[in-house]
Design a protein around this ligand. Structure first.
Ligand SMILES: [Zn+2]
Length: 67
């Protein structure tokens, strides 16, 4: 089995078990979305929150490339 890696697109940073994001990308996720991921009650809810978070991280990284 491969090491669990960060959910962000193109990020291969290994993360500890039970976590989905490296600390660098986790900080890019808005707090409200972090809460949605953390408090998700079902796998579907968590998956939806993770997908939204991935979009948010992509937008944040895109913005940084423009600086
Ligand atoms: Zn990452």
């Amino acid at each position: 089995m491969s090491e669990p890696a960060c959910h962000a697109i193109g990020c291969a940073t290994p993360i500890p078990a039970g976590r989905d994001w490296c600390s660098f990308h986790w900080r890019m996720i808005p707090r409200r979305l972090q809460a949605r991921i953390y408090h998700a009650k079902t796998a579907e809810e968590k998956q939806a929150a993770q997908a939204a978070a991935r979009q948010a991280v992509e937008c944040a990284e895109f913005g940084e490339r423009l600086l």
